[in-house]
Structure formats: C-alpha cells, structure tokens
Design a protein around this ligand. Structure first.
Ligand code: NAP
Length: 337
C-alpha cells in the first residue's frame, strides 16, 4: 500500500475515542494534516489524544448540531472525512434510544449533508458495525448478509449505513461503509466488556478488587485489535471507487474464553470466585454470536489482521496492570468500570 501524498487533510469525528485516536496517529505518520472534531464537555476528555494534541487541529462540533458540522468541514477543507463519532455503547442505547438515534443515526446524515454542501469532492468513511447483523441470518456474515439489528444502537447504525449508500447512489459522493466487528485495545472505553475484564483482572491481581460483575459468559464475538482496523479505514478511502467492506478476524470467541485467558495470564487459573453474574447487565435483546468473513477486504485492500485473540487479551491486561501499578497519583484515583 503506497503512502498518502503530502498535504492531504483529514477530518475525524470521534477523535477522542478509541478508534479516532489511533487513526489520528496513523494519519499523522502518513503525512496528513489532521483535524479532529470535539464536542463541548464540562470536563475535557482528551486522554487518548494528549500525546498528539500539539500536532492536530481540534475543531468544535456536535453531531446534534448541523451548523457546527458545516463549520468543522469548512474550517478543515478535508480530502477525507472519517465519521467515527457515535453513542457507541449498545447497553446504553436501550436506556437512551432517542439520543442514540439522534447521534448514531441522524448524526451520520448530518455529516453527509455537511460534506455534500461544503466538500463534495471529499471521501467519506462511515463507522458501520457488525451489530447491524444482530440476530444473524447466516454465519459467517459477508457484505451481502441481510441485517437484523437487536438494539437501538444496531437500528441507528443500519439507518446510517443505508443513508451512506443512498448518498453515494443519489449524489455520486465517495462514501464507504466499514462494517467492523468488535475491535478492542488498551484505549477501549471502561464500560465495554473487554475493558471491564482487563481492568478488573488487573485490579484483582494487584489486590485492589475481589470480583468482576458481568451479564453473561456465553456470548461470542469476533474480536480484533483496534489499530489494525483503523488502518483498514484508511485503505478503504484510498480506493478509486467507494465500496463497503467487512473488517473481522474470522474467529469467534466467547466471553468465558476472554475471562479465562485474562485470569490465566496473571496466574489465577481458578477464577470462578472472582466473577459474579449479574442480571442487571443482561440486555432486553442480546446478540449471541457474531462472526465475520473479511475476504473482500483481504482481496481488494490487502488487509489481513495479524493480532490474535490471545495476544489481544494479553495486550489489554498488561496495559491495565501497568496503568494501575504506575499511577503516580495512586490507584484509587484512577477511573474504573
Ligand atoms: P468510542 O471510543 O466510544 O468513541 C466515540 C466518539 O464519539 C468519542 O470521541 C465521543 O466523544 C464521540 N461522540 C459521542 N457523541 C458525540 C456527539 N454528539 N457529537 C460529537 N462527537 C460525539 O468509539 P470507538 O470504539 O472509537 O468506535 C468508533 C466508531 O466505530 C463508533 O461509531 C462505533 O459505534 C463504531 N464501531 C466500533 C466498533 C468497536 O468494536 N470499537 C465496532 C464497530 C463499529 P466524547 O469523547 O466527547 O464522548
């Protein structure tokens, strides 16, 4: 894959999140001028980008607010727009279905409109999700598998997905959907299952906690390492024609396997007394098993994820152990799930 010509400009929504921060680093290393859209919060949330904040441009914007999105596009004059911002947590979407629809669904349409009116030659990446497949109608899923979302989050992502296809077909815009399966890292939000486990195991190992509470151990997901998936986003936008791609490892593992590997990694093979199943974390409708077939991405983008499931678990647990052990301010001041 060739590197980007110097002087390209990218606008990333959701730059403070897991994927946005990895993508920003990668685009900087490819010579891009990077603009990141951030929304106003009472306490700024820039821990994922503090190491690059001097090398990027932060612009104000909120996916609720059309004028702010147009202003972000006008200011950044992007060649590429990566729409990664979302209310991204499936569990919360059941309690906040309207906000999730507004941000995760309509927010994508607002970004498409901002691009159409201010930068119609730009290329657009939409962060679509395997949660759109929900109660799967076939396994593994491909780009042709019908959607059956099982949460307000999944429903909102389906809406955004079809809006992207529609803007591509109606207006000839360069808009692509990355249908990505779960990808995790040491920057994953604390409420997400894998991070809850890696952080919980680290705290138990260091004597700061005794148990982790989870909703189920039987759910299966296709889990990969986030920086490999953000590299795929960039590869998608280097294609001359827009297209939709699945990003997945092609291996499904259970929550039980994740928990087991994490505890074994810190020398606690008998972990049953450290895990409590709590029905409060169960969802009104769950997604049992997701498994992606990424052969289209392999063939057309040359994208092959290399980090294996067991490596991912180790990376996350080691990072949380370091974080707790090295906290200059004392572990009690760190944030946990
Ligand atoms: P994340 O860490 O939760 O980041 C979400 C980002 O969206 C944050 O920067 C957040 O800003 C921003 N945001 C939320 N509401 C906003 C609003 N109203 N206006 C502007 N920005 C807003 O998510 P991620 O894991 O990086 O995922 C990136 C995208 O990929 C998301 O769209 C997610 O749904 C999708 N996706 C993720 C996965 C996965 O496994 N990670 C899989 C498939 C698809 P604050 O920091 O201010 O909250």
């Amino acid at each position: 894959m060739t590197s980007a010509p110097q002087g390209k400009r990218a606008l990333i929504t959701g730059i403070t999140g897991q994927d946005g921060s990895f993508l920003a680093e990668q685009l900087l290393s490819k010579g891009y001028e990077v603009y990141g859209m951030v929304r106003r919060l009472s306490t700024p949330n820039t821990q994922n980008i503090h190491h690059i904040v001097d090398r990027i441009h932060l612009v104000d914007g909120d996916l609720h607010d059309q004028a702010s999105l147009e202003s972000a596009v006008r200011r950044s004059e992007p060649d590429e727009i990566y729409n990664l911002a979302a209310q991204s947590f499936v569990g919360v979407s059941f309690n906040q279905p309207v906000v999730t629809g507004e941000v995760t669904g309509l927010g994508a349409v607002r970004m498409l409109e901002a691009m159409r009116s201010r930068a119609d030659k730009a290329r657009f990446y939409q962060a679509s999700s395997s949660e759109m497949f929900g109660k799967v109608v076939e396994s593994p899923q491909t780009e042709r598998t019908p959607f059956y979302p099982r949460s307000p989050y999944g429903v909102a992502k389906v809406y955004a997905y079809w809006a992207c296809v529609n803007y591509r077909e109606s207006y000839g815009l360069h808009v692509s959907n990355g249908i990505l399966y779960n990808h995790e890292s040491e920057r994953r939000g604390m409420e997400f299952l894998t991070r809850k486990v890696s952080d919980g195991v680290a705290r138990i190992k260091l004597g700061h906690a005794r148990t982790i509470r989870l909703g189920t151990l039987e759910t299966h997901r296709d889990w990969g390492y986030a920086p490999e998936y953000t590299e795929m986003m960039w590869r998608m936008l280097q294609q001359p024609t827009p297209n939709d791609f699945i990003g997945a490892t092609g291996e499904a593992h259970s929550v039980r396997e994740f928990v087991d590997l994490a505890f074994r990694h810190v020398g606690i093979p008998d972990w049953s007394k450290h895990v409590e199943l709590d029905p409060r974390f169960a969802r009104p409708a769950d997604v049992d098993h997701l498994l992606g077939n990424a052969s289209k991405a392999r063939e057309k983008l040359g994208w092959v994820p290399k980090v294996k499931f067991a490596d991912l678990v180790r990376i996350m647990v080691d990072a949380d152990i370091r974080r707790w052990a090295n906290a200059a301010s004392g572990p009690e001041k760190l944030v946990s799930a």
